[in-house]
Design a protein around this ligand. Sequence first.
Ligand code: F6R
Length: 261
Amino acid sequence: MEVIICPTAAEAASTGASILARLLREKPDATLGLATGNTPLALYAELIRRHQSGAIDFAHCHAFNLDEYFGIGPDHPASYHRFMSENLFSHINIAPEHCRIPDGLAKDVPTACRDYEQAIVASGGIDLQVLGIGGDGHIGFNEPGSSLQSRTRIKTLTARTRRDNAGDFGAEDNVPMHVITMGVGTIMEARSLLLFAFGAHKAAVVASAVEGPITSMVPASILQMHPCAKVILDEAAASQLTRAEYYRWVYANKPAWQADA
Ligand code: F6R
């Protein structure tokens, strides 16, 4: 696991965008795994900016989102379909038919989840998965206790996550109880992972995920087992890491040929 500590979230987003841009230069038909929430907004803004300046072409890539609330449709203002359209897809040249997000209105959930997994495989597997981290350590909506080998399925949100996400729905009670999420095992099959975290409110959970034991109680801690995982932080989110100076030193001394890799 590589830990990259950036002075600001904007610089972290730029670092992430450069990694993604390099992937798309080398593999224009790459499959991306995407996240929603506040964290990737700066990354998406930077990707849009680079696309509009001609530096990134999304024409041939495919995208799979991590998750969607269950019981709401794509037009619901808080749906992740709407989020992705407003914050990324409608501003770049990705083909709409290449953008997949779990169906929050699926009638046959197990079949829809199996189909989602099969679609990922059919697209060649995810080359790069973007992740945020929940205050309780979740990735995707794999809440604490999720099997570390889980696949795409329906999950019940914790009270904490419903509280954290209440803003999108006006009140905690309006936040759906259930979600469809890629599993931890699904996420771990991506060839590379980029987990972003910003702000002091993420510092404790980042320290548990990066430096604590691997446990389903902190699902993000499984990233320690991934052969190509990067954790990109701002200073505040890195503030409880005991080995921060070492991570900075490693990054500062990275061989030039590894830049953006
Ligand atoms: C969203 C997702 C979640 C979020 C996490 C952090 O697709 O998968 O794991 O990344 O809840 O949310 P923010 O970024 O809003 O703090």
